[in-house]
Design a protein around this ligand. Structure first.
Ligand code: PLP
Length: 282
């Protein structure tokens, strides 16, 4: 049975209990992180913990642990759950208090961490690519905060699921922001385009690495959102996230993207990504 961390204790998942008055439960008042673990080593942990701090600052919540404190908790949990490849989920809520929109005073945050085996991405997602649909971005105006309030993302992801697609690409004011649970990219004439890191997208940790690797290989990129019309004409479309890594979208709204196969720029960057992981870099 998986061990989880809850407010200073390590215990079996089934025994972990949170009050019904927790503001995460009642108001969705919390933030989170998802961190991949390869061979027992958390991948890009410091950037994830820095982003956690940024999200906490964004919702005016105190961080219950230092960076080193979180590192120790995560290392212990990964080891207790058998090492290997895992996916760590970490959540902080504002804590337990009588229900009220106004922030409670003198309340400790609830800190929860669990780790599950990392779900392998189906091989066909890389050999054939995935299907995506375009949908209106109905989310709030602070998508740079990794808030647990995921109802819009969930509704949008389900729309893709309902039509046999693997991701929804979100369009706001005529431009692609990101995916429902991923950052997104379009390759046009050999240049990678991805939306800039503003309040309309999550500053993805995988996105940073993808751009770093592109730069190291001399592939041009622009942090500039593409319009829906440009997206529909793109040579390649990709999505990225910590658990799905970098995947090519080969069908968009039931039409082939470019050649309808994973494109050469994706192949090059994915090779660099896989090599980076295999070298045990963290
Ligand atoms: C809305 C959204 N954008 C982007 C991402 C990708 O972020 P990261 O690469 O840090 O996992 C996620 C990840 O879950 C997400 O939910």
């Amino acid at each position: 049975m998986a061990t989880v961390f809850l407010n200073g204790e390590y215990l079996p998942a089934e025994q972990a209990r949170v009050s019904v008055l927790d503001r995460g439960f009642l108001l969705g008042d919390g933030v989170y992180e998802v961190i991949p673990v390869y061979n027992g080593l958390p991948f890009r942990l410091t950037p994830h913990l820095n982003r956690l701090q940024r999200s906490l600052d964004g919702v005016r919540m105190a961080n219950p642990h230092s960076i080193e404190g979180w590192q120790k908790i995560i290392e212990r949990l990964v080891a207790d759950n058998g090492g290997g490849d895992q996916s760590v989920y970490l959540q902080v809520t504002r804590g337990v208090a009588p229900r009220d929109h106004v922030f409670p005073e003198g309340v400790s945050p609830t800190a929860f961490v669990m780790s599950n085996p990392l779900k392998a991405v189906p091989e066909s997602f890389k050999t054939a690519g995935i299907k995506a649909i375009t949908v209106d971005d109905i989310r709030w105006a602070q998508c740079d905060i990794k808030a647990i309030t995921l109802l819009p993302n969930s509704l949008l992801r389900q729309k893709a699921q309902d039509v046999g697609a693997q991701e929804s690409l979100l369009i706001r004011d005529g431009y692609m922001t990101e995916g429902s649970a991923s950052n997104s990219y379009a390759v046009i004439d050999g240049v990678i385009f991805t939306a800039p890191k503003d309040e309309k997208v999550l500053p993805g940790i995988t996105r940073d690495l993808v751009l770093e690797l592109a730069q190291s290989a001399g592939i041009a990129y622009r942090e500039q959102a593409v319009s829906l019309a440009e997206l529909q004409q793109a040579d390649e479309i990709w999505i990225s996230s910590s658990t799905r890594e970098l995947l090519p979208v080969t069908m968009l709204d039931d039409k082939p993207v470019g050649s309808g196969k994973p494109g050469p720029v994706w192949q090059q960057v994915d090779r660099l990504y896989q090599r980076y992981k295999q070298e045990g870099k963290v």
